[in-house]
Design a protein around this ligand. Structure first.
Ligand code: PAF
Length: 290
């Protein structure tokens, strides 16, 4: 499929304007891709958008810092917002449109929705245990975006592995008529996963943050010895690193998201979340236990 290079990007703020654009694109027989984001775009997002252009004629990126997926004491107010730079970056990628609604446009009833898409039990473990209601907020806004844009395909990063799993499961459970494409995490040359929250790290914390990737690598290096050895190796790295407050470290079967134990053979997904200074970071990687 052809990216829309050469055309200027359309900045849309209303649901009605998105629906009009989508209706005319559909009338021309175009395939549509959605890249949902919360802005503060970095090279990881660029990869999501680039992937989307391979799957569609019209790519719409959304930028919306969704209040429903932040807990009362989380970093909603501090979350980085760089709308002008984001529009420039998306325009440079030649995509058709960016949808940047206000909170009032998405949630006219005071920033919340009475109807909630529940992530179920898997929305309450790991990331969902530390951030109660987070994945219900994610799935609710993602469902709204799917309903507004009605894309043929939507593109998500693999960095939030649990989110990607839950979105895929929701699409299957609810028979939503679109395909989900996952894009591998983009890393700095030293391995740090790109994240919009990285820009909140203070000097010195950037170095500490690398412990997450080093822990994943240590787990991977011990895959031949089984799940318990992988966990112990990763824990060793994180314990050594005093600048890092571990939230969780876990190994699941990526096909079911069930916790894996030493009896497990086959693919495993190692997930880690930790606080570095005031910033909460997550990362994950998939390995194979022979
Ligand atoms: O991954 C994110 O940036 C957000 O959770 C998403 C998918 C845009 C929903 O707000």
């Amino acid at each position: 499929m052809q990216p829309q290079a050469g055309q200027s990007i359309r900045t849309l703020t209303t649901i009605e304007a998105v629906r009009e654009l989508v209706a005319s694109a559909r009338a021309e027989g175009k395939r549509i891709a959605l890249v949902p984001t919360m802005g503060a775009l970095h090279a990881g997002h660029v990869e999501l958008v680039r992937t989307a252009t391979e799957h569609a004629d019209l790519v719409i990126a959304s930028i919306f810092v969704n209040p429903m997926q932040f807990g009362p004491h989380e970093d909603l107010d501090r979350y980085p917002r760089t709308p002008d730079a984001d529009i420039d970056a998306l325009a440079a990628l030649g995509i058709g449109a960016v949808f940047m609604p206000t909170v009032g446009e998405m949630f006219p009833d005071g920033g919340r929705s009475a109807t909630i898409v529940s992530a179920g039990h898997l929305g309450t473990v790991l990331e969902g245990r530390s951030r109660p209601g987070h994945y219900d907020g994610v799935l609710t806004v993602v469902t709204k975006l799917f309903s507004i844009v009605q894309p043929d395909v939507a593109v998500f990063g693999e960095k939030d592995g649990q989110q990607l799993f839950l979105v895929r499961r929701m699409v299957r459970d609810l028979n939503l008529p679109l395909a989900i494409v996952g894009v591998p995490t983009v890393r700095e040359p030293d391995g740090l996963a790109l994240s919009s929250r990285n820009r909140m790290l203070q000097t010195g914390e950037r170095r500490d943050a690398l412990a997450l990737w080093r822990a994943l690598e240590a787990a991977g290096a011990n895959a031949d010895r089984g799940v318990e050895a992988m966990l112990a190796a990763a824990q060793g790295v994180l314990q050594d690193d005093t600048g890092v407050q571990l939230d969780y470290l876990a190994i699941v079967d990526p096909r079911t998201f069930a916790f894996a134990n030493d009896a497990h053979h086959g693919p495993v997904q190692v997930l880690v979340a930790a606080r570095v200074g005031g910033v909460r970071l997550i990362d994950n990687a998939i390995y194979s236990v022979p």
